[in-house]
Structure formats: structure tokens, C-alpha cells
Design a binder for this molecule. Structure first.
Ligand code: SF4
Length: 307
């Protein structure tokens, strides 16, 4: 079939980058030592119920190191893995817009000045981008290819309360539309398997976000991490996690309902295996991705077939 995305049945980030930049682009996860208003007491102290103390960035550089050192340590490892690669610097940990604008400007500029960096990605909360920060993001987007990742997780505010998200769907829409109007590509995060959500609710989140036509989507599988509120709830039997087959079917259904222009950056979860309580099958990430490929092939389906 000649309409595959580098052999996949969904619009991969590799495919997008190869078309845009003509080469492999590797992401370098950096830490700007950002906190999160949902942990520092501004909105709440507990954080989202599934969030590990690592502020959702278990694989990033060390916050005590300079951006230069974090970058060169990780880029050296990447260069051994892939030849002739260029880089997207990625502020993944904490809330990547949660600092005075002067500090943000310094960090973003430090990141995009590293060798062979052609793009920057900033992950943040939708309720945490000030007017000054929007202006800064616009300025940075004129210097490099910029994407902003917004953690939504679910379009349902009822779920937002259960997971202690401390922000609303309306706030997400405001930030999403402002970024889009500034010409900045937005990646939206959703989580499948949140406590008390039905499959219909998860699919509704996917459909409604797809209709907004973000540049990209990350679909996470909820990982129950030791020491979190979520782990307590799970251990008390308040909710269950997916079996592998159920999850593979769900993701394939969702891929079919997502507009084919949307770049799929993630289809499952990622986390430290020693901290994972459930679902343990998700540790073998490549097996999960292979099972998704196999099911899409069995169906003869492509992303967007039912959009
Ligand atoms: S918004 Fe992100 S960093 Fe903050 S508590 Fe929630 S998951 Fe953790």
C-alpha cells in the first residue's frame, strides 16, 4: 500500500519530521527545573492523582545541570544511536511555562542555541500561559519551529475533578485557540483508562479533540505508579486497568476516528518499570505497538478512516 506513513497505518512523528526537515529528528528532554502550580500550593499540593514526584518527566536531564550540559549529555548518547540526526529540544518536566518570563526566555533561547537544534517543544498546563508568555512563545516561534504541548487528559470536567487536574476544558480551549491563532502547532495529551471513565467517555475525548484539528495528539495509557493517590485507589479496588487486548482494540478504534492530518506522537504509556503497579504488560512497549500495528493491518484500517 503506498499511502502508509513510513510503514505505519497512522501519521507518525517520524513521517512528519522527515517531510518537514528531510532527516531524523531526535527529541532531547531537558529540565528547566519548573515546578507545577498543582504541586506547589498555588492550585493544590497533591498534584494530579497519577503524577509521580518526577513531575511527569522521568527521562529528562538533571535540573541541577545547565542546559548546555543536559543537552550535550543526551545528544552524545543519541548521536551513537542515529547518524546525521538533528534535534528538537523538549521541556517536558513540570509545567514548562511556569516561571517568570525572563527566565523562560533565557531557557528557551539556551535550548534553541544548541548545535543542530531545529525545533523546540514546551509541555505545559493550559491554565498556565500568561499574556506575556503567549507573546514570548510567538517570538520564539519566529526563530525556530515551536510546538506547545497541552495536558488535557479528558474533555470531561467531571473526570478533571476526580484526577485533581485543577483546570477546566474551557481553559484548555482558550489556550488552544490562542496558540492556534498565533500560528503555533499544538500537541494535546489525552489519557485512556482514567478512574471511572467509560470507553465511550474516552472516545468522546478523542473525537472532540480530533475535531479541533490540533497539529498532534499523544494518547497515553494510564500508568498506576507506586506512591500516588491513583495507586491507593487501584489497590482498594476502586477502578481497574485495561487488559492488553482491550487496550489495543481501543487504540485502533481511536486511530480510525482521528483526522489523518493529526500527527500521532504516542499510543501508550511510558514510565519507570520499577515504579509501575499496573498494567504490567505495558512495560513491553514494543509488543504493545506491534500489536496495534497487527490489529490495524488485520482490520485493513488507516488513521482517519472513520473521522
Ligand atoms: S499538571 Fe503535570 S506536573 Fe503538574 S501535577 Fe499534573 S501531571 Fe504532575
Amino acid at each position: 500500500m503506498n499511502n502508509l506513513y513510513l510503514g505505519k497505518r497512522y501519521h507518525t512523528l517520524d513521517y512528519f519530521f522527515k517531510n518537514k526537515f528531510g532527516c531524523k529528528i531526535a527529541k532531547i528532554p531537558l529540565s528547566g527545573d519548573f515546578s507545577c502550580p498543582n504541586r506547589d500550593g498555588t492550585k493544590s499540593v497533591g498534584g494530579c492523582i497519577y503524577c509521580s514526584g518526577a513531575l511527569s518527566g522521568d527521562f529528562a536531564g538533571k535540573p541541577c545541570d545547565s542546559i548546555d550540559k543536559q543537552f550535550s549529555d543526551i545528544a552524545d548518547m543519541m548521536a551513537k544511536k542515529w547518524k546525521n540526526t538533528k534535534y528538537m529540544a523538549y521541556f517536558q518536566t513540570g509545567t514548562g511555562t511556569y516561571a517568570p518570563v525572563g527566565k523562560l526566555e533565557y531557557l528557551y533561547n539556551a535550548a534553541i542555541s544548541q548545535p543542530d537544534v531545529v525545533a523546540l517543544s514546551v509541555a505545559t498546563r493550559p491554565d498556565c500561559i500568561s499574556a506575556d508568555c503567549f507573546r514570548l512563545l510567538e517570538k520564539i516561534s519566529k526563530k525556530t519551529y515551536l510546538t506547545v504541548e497541552l495536558g488535557l487528559q479528558s474533555v470531561h470536567d467531571k473526570t478533571g475533578e476526580i484526577i485533581n487536574r485543577q483546570s477546566t476544558y474551557a481553559e484548555f480551549l482558550d489556550s488552544f485557540n490562542t496558540l492556534k491563532n498565533l500560528g503555533i502547532d499544538v500537541c494535546v495529551h489525552l489519557i485512556n483508562g482514567l478512574p471511572f471513565e467509560s470507553v465511550d467517555m474516552m472516545n468522546e475525548s478523542v473525537r472532540r479533540v480530533s475535531e479541533l484539528l490540533p497539529w498532534s495528539l499523544k494518547l497515553h495509557l494510564l500508568h498506576v505508579i507506586r506512591g500516588t493517590v491513583c495507586a491507593d485507589m487501584y489497590e482498594k479496588g476502586e477502578f481497574r486497568t485495561f487488559e492488553k487486548d482491550e487496550y489495543v482494540n481501543l487504540i485502533c478504534d481511536q486511530l480510525e476516528m482521528i483526522d489523518k492530518r493529526i500527527v500521532m506522537q504516542r499510543l501508550t504509556g511510558d514510565g519507570k518499570r520499577e515504579d509501575l503497579v499496573s498494567p504490567l504488560w505495558s512495560i513491553r512497549k514494543f509488543e504493545v505497538l506491534n500489536a496495534i500495528d497487527a490489529e490495524m493491518t488485520r482490520r485493513g484500517a488507516m488513521q482517519g478512516d472513520k473521522a
